[in-house]
Design a protein around this ligand. Structure first.
Ligand code: GLN
Length: 457
């Protein structure tokens, strides 16, 4: 059934690689395991889960949405996909994404843009973006081409496409999921995440993919309660204090989103939670800090694509080593990736380092401190996930700064390394497009954000 939907919805361009024969073979293996008379059933046995194309899967293409890696076959498996497979999931294709996860609407993929299954009711002929950078994962889950999908979230790339596509999207605490085998964008921010159609599905899959991994030096060695158990045993939010940060009411935010945010306060109160106004005073500088730190780390991480070790090499590659590297990188990186490398290299240069990178690190610390202060008073924080609903493909093409603003609500959480989940909470009035709310939790308190998300769902 899923394969026939994937064939039917090919035009959405949600997958970069999808091998139906391999999927059928894996489904048969799963079926055989289920037929064995055993008390133990793997947690995700037989569940088709798509994988964002920046998780390395052994001997298969892993492109990160880039021409640079269009023929790259990974010699090893990422920890997160290994865990999924071990729990019986059927790997259902590798999903399209913005190149190296840099983008917010999936229009920066070498393999072409992804089209959302959603329609703007006012302009039904226009193509809508699914959000990004995990746009292929979002479109695939939203159109029932698979049951769930893996994404990655550096500054919002799981939560924002979830909000744009009417899905649940969760990014755990930094360090909960191993980054081993995940193609790096900005290592101090990158985290694996999950896109699903329900909160319980997200909890189930997150429980499988989290956990300590000695192969990742930033992996957290922390045994927490399984989110699924929490939702099954005690999902009440009675007595929980939910913070509402007024600083998230920014100019240009859609009226619909403000209304829904207020409605959600009432829903939570009805369930017995207490609403507490809070301040996160440095929210407005989150974007500036992120767009210094993320490009800085990206410029360093992407230095490995030199035409020798990984990926493509330009055929007309010049006389000298430097010419070969320059020619290869000019030819095989897309414009957004080049823009980030240039920003990153600039902010790390002698002479500008202190002014930009050093300063951004200090402000990052202050933003984290804002959250720390807030969590002395509240158990979770409720904000919109993005300031607007999804827009039409090409609408913001010539204006990267507008696209960057889309991350205003997701980026501060990433800078602080906190867990957050986006939950669909209705449709915008005019366009009839999905709106999402974000629940942010304290370090390793995924169980609490799941409870609040469950109450909102
Ligand atoms: N949209 C943000 C960016 O372009 C976040 C991307 C991400 O989380 N991978 O950097």
């Amino acid at each position: 059934a899923y394969i026939s939907l994937a064939e039917k919805f090919k035009y959405m361009n949600a997958f970069i690689t999808i091998d139906y024969d391999a999927i059928r073979a894996s489904a048969i293996e799963s079926d055989n395991r289920l037929r064995k008379d055993s008390d133990e059933i793997n947690l995700l046995e037989g569940i088709p889960i798509a994988i964002k194309d920046l998780f390395c899967t052994q001997n298969e293409l892993t492109t990160a949405g880039s021409a640079m890696l269009r023929n790259f076959r990974s010699p090893y498996e990422s920890t997160v996909t290994y865990k999924l497979k071990k729990s019986g999931a059927i790997p259902f294709g590798k999903t399209n994404m913005d190149e190296f996860a840099m983008g917010s609407d999936n229009s920066y993929s070498y393999f072409g843009p992804v089209i959302s299954p959603w329609k703007n009711s006012q302009f039904p002929d226009k193509k809508i973006v699914p959000g990004g950078s995990s746009g292929g994962s979002a479109a695939a889950v939203a159109s029932y081409q698979c049951m769930a999908a893996l994404g990655s979230d550096t500054g919002g790339s799981v939560r924002q496409p979830a909000a744009f596509s009417g899905l649940v999207g969760v990014k755990p605490t930094y360090g909960r999921c191993s980054r081993w085998g995940m193609i790096a964008f900005a290592s101090s921010l990158d985290q694996a995440g999950v896109l699903t159609r329900s909160v319980l599905d997200a909890a189930l899959i997150l429980d499988v993919i989290t956990g300590y991994d000695e192969k990742d030096q930033t992996s957290l060695n922390f045994e927490s309660t399984r989110c699924t158990d929490v939702l099954k045993s005690n999902c009440s939010i009675r007595g929980l204090k939910i913070g509402i940060p007024s600083d998230y009411k920014i100019a240009g935010m859609s009226e619909d989103i403000i209304r829904m945010w207020e409605k959600a306060e009432d829903w939570l109160k009805e369930e017995g939670a207490e609403i507490v106004p809070i301040n996160l005073p440095n929210t407005s500088v989150g974007i500036s800090v992120y767009y210094v730190i993320a490009p800085a780390e990206a410029s360093s991480n992407l230095a490995r694509y030199d035409g020798i070790r990984y990926g493509e090499r330009a055929t007309r590659s010049g006389q000298t080593f430097n010419e070969m590297v320059a020619e290869t990188r000019s030819q095989f990186f897309g414009n957004e990736v080049k823009r980030r490398i240039m920003i990153g290299t600039y902010v790390l240069s002698a002479g500008t380092y202190d002014k930009y990178y050093g300063q951004a690190q200090k402000v990052r610390h202050i933003i984290a401190q804002d959250f720390k202060n807030a969590f002395e008073v509240v158990d979770a924080i409720l904000t919109p996930t993005a300031p607007t609903p999804a827009y039409s493909l090409g609408e913001n093409q010539d204006n990267p700064a507008t696209i960057y603003m889309n991350d205003a609500f997701t980026v501060p959480t990433s800078l602080a390394g906190l867990p957050a989940i986006s939950v669909p909470c209705g449709l915008s009035e005019k366009e009839q497009l999905p709106l999402g709310l974000q629940v942010i939790g304290n370090y390793c308190q995924e169980d609490i954000i799941f409870k609040v998300a469950f109450a909102l769902e």
